[in-house]
Ligand binder design. Structure first.
Ligand code: DP6
Length: 344
């Protein structure tokens, strides 16, 4: 059999309600909601052929180089894929991957990379007519991606997705994410996300260690319940297109994530003085301009500025006039809500 290739582009995503705390099999302790980005994507191509005796299960190169540090995650994703689809273990794989965004800017590369690889492997399972784990392609790819990295479950779709059971969306599942674009008001479907880079240093708190902090955080159960309450409120604001309410909840949730960290055992402080300066500037600008400009923050110091795309030029002006001096090398990554993965 000659070598065959499958290739996918998959986006990173930004969570508005955050996944923070996990149980067995990488199931989330609370529901999360995110939107997929347009420009920040991983492109992965997977060459495969029937394995010969003694041949390695996979080789991997990232942007042309063999990056050992990514191996454990990839190895574990292949192991999960072989468990779901044992026939895939008969193949040997050559994996090549590249990101369209700079490394260590707080954009979750594990989400896009695990999603891209999961789409390739699920596509192979589908082509081989193996029964897919959920019975459907995208949610099966999401299921596998989740096993690689929780937030990757949300990167097998475009636009808005929910991952994790919630009483506000009965179809939602802990095992895979679902597409929820259908319920979103048309005025909210075109969002900008300008990422203000306060620091591009490697994260001081890896996500696995971060999730673990929730295991003995005394406020954990309250947080998990509260995340579901915020999910309900966020969904209603998205149904009606109430941007003000939406932004209020998104900011409350982002600061809540950092408050949780401060309340956990080692109390890591991930925000930097410049992050706080920017938050203040954004709130001042919103007040004086009456423009719907809000922020969210992941487990790091960088600030994601969220706004309707129609006011992009005004937001860019605000960034140039007031924010650049607080950023590392005046670095801003302009992104926006994106259409999701596609096969290459
Ligand atoms: C703060 O998905 O990176 O970005 O499942 O251990 O790979 P693992 O964690 P990961 O955690 C993401 C945490 C977050 C919030 C979010 O994206 O929901």
């Amino acid at each position: 059999m000659a070598t065959q290739t499958l290739a996918f582009s998959a986006p990173s995503n930004i969570a508005l309600i955050k996944y923070w705390g996990k149980g067995i099999n990488q199931t989330p302790k609370n529901p999360s909601l995110s939107f997929s980005l347009k420009n920040a994507v991983t492109k992965t191509s997977l060459d495969f052929l029937k394995k010969e005796e003694g041949q390695a299960a996979f080789t991997f190169s990232f942007e042309g180089k063999s990056e050992r540090k990514f191996h454990p995650k990839i190895e574990s994703l292949f192991a999960s894929a072989f468990e779901l689809y044992p026939t895939l273990a008969d193949y040997s794989f050559q994996l090549q991957s590249e990101n369209t965004f700079p490394h260590s800017t707080g954009i979750a590369s594990s989400a896009s990379s695990m999603a891209a690889l999961s789409l390739c492997l699920t596509s192979l399972a589908k082509n081989l007519h193996l029964p897919l784990v959920t019975g459907e392609f995208l949610s099966s790819a999401s299921f596998l991606a989740r096993l690689g990295s929780g937030s990757a479950a949300r990167s097998t779709y475009g636009g808005f997705t929910i991952w994790g059971r919630t009483r506000h969306y009965p179809q939602a599942s802990d095992e895979y994410a679902i597409d929820v674009n259908e319920m979103v008001h048309s005025s909210m479907k075109k969002l900008g996300d300008s990422i203000l880079i306060v620091s591009s240093k490697e994260k001081t708190l890896g996500s696995s260690a971060g999730h673990r902090l929730m295991n003995d955080n005394p406020y954990a159960n309250t947080r998990f319940l509260q995340a579901d309450v915020l999910m309900g409120e966020l969904l209603s604001s998205m149904k009606t297109g109430d941007f003000e309410k939406w932004g209020e909840i998104v900011e409350k949730e982002a600061l809540g994530l950092h408050a949780l960290m401060l309340l956990s055992e080692s109390s890591p402080i991930l925000l930097k003085p410049a992050s706080l300066e920017l938050i203040t500037l954004i709130r001042e600008f919103r007040k004086e301009s009456s423009l719907p400009v809000y922020f969210t923050i992941d487990a790091g110091p960088n600030i994601h500025l969220l706004y309707p795309l129609e006011i992009k030029s005004k937001v860019q002006q605000f960034i140039t006039d007031r924010c650049l001096k607080h950023l590392e090398n005046a670095m801003v990554i302009h992104d926006e809500i994106g259409p999701g993965p596609y096969s290459l």
